[in-house]
Design a protein around this ligand. Structure first.
Ligand code: 5RP
Length: 240
């Protein structure tokens, strides 16, 4: 394989490799972001023959899937999914992820949690030893967002993060709004030494809707690298 691959080539290769996990009649969750978009585009021509039921993790993905001829179902009706294929901003040890760079973390987590398997697709740069270089997205309610952001920063400091700089996505004048009408506060933590502890602390803050730490949700990651797609599996003991 050529070594002058672009990052986008790696994303596409990982997305195409995920087609292996799609079987006839499956109920499938479609992720959000540029890598997930490659997957949706690769899947679309096969979707009818495979008799798939698909659910989307964002309005953006739903619109793309419909544009490509797929019927998008409501998770309320489908209830349970076989597989969700989604991207990630960082893939850490134990397949703990940072997600939400595209602002879809809440729906992404709901869909992943409703799935038997979450297949992560990403380029090689996303794989890290310690999570946190990518600012952690936290979805928060607009009411008193500054107070909530301060409490997130305190939690990051108490969890021993490298730093805890908060930024309201989109800025105060034009805050980014999620599909569920919330804001996103990005926490530049630099390093998150204990993601489980930080996750628990964030979940206890009133005003936090959800955070971009995905723990015990991914079961496999397909990583596009200059030498082909590598599969990262959970160690047997964690996979259960
Ligand atoms: C969206 C996400 C994306 O999966 C994540 O941001 C990765 O995006 P990309 O595939 O464009 O690199 O979590 O909320």
């Amino acid at each position: 394989m050529s070594t002058n691959q672009t990052i986008d080539d790696q994303k596409r290769a990982a997305a195409e490799a995920a087609l292996e996990y799609v079987k006839p009649g499956m109920r499938l969750g479609l992720g959000t972001g540029s890598t997930a978009e490659h997957f949706v585009r690769a899947l679309a021509p096969r979707a009818v023959n495979l008799n798939l039921t698909v659910v989307a993790t964002s309005e953006r993905t739903a619109a793309l899937a419909r544009e490509l001829g797929m019927k998008v179902s409501d998770l309320n009706d489908v209830r349970h999914l076989d597989v969700t294929v989604d991207g990630a901003d960082e893939v850490g040890p134990g397949l703990v992820l940072i997600k939400g760079g595209g602002g879809a973390l809440l729906r992404e987590k709901i869909v992943a949690a409703a799935s038997d398997r979450m297949v992560v697709i990403a380029d090689a740069a996303k794989v890290v030893e310690t999570l946190g270089r990518f600012p952690l997205p936290v979805e928060i309610v607009p009411f008193a967002w500054r107070v909530t952001a301060e409490r997130i920063a305190e939690a990051a400091a108490r969890c021993g993060c490298g730093q805890n700089l908060m930024r309201l996505r989109g800025g105060e004048a034009h805050p980014f709004t999620t599909d569920s009408g919330n804001y996103v506060a990005d926490c530049a933590a630099d390093a998150i030494p204990d993601p489980e502890r930080l996750a628990r602390m964030l979940e206890a803050i009133p005003g936090v809707v959800d955070h971009g730490l995905f723990i015990a949700l991914a079961s496999v990651a397909l990583i596009g690298t200059p030498s082909g797609v590598k599969t990262l599996d959970l160690p047997r003991r964690m996979a259960g």
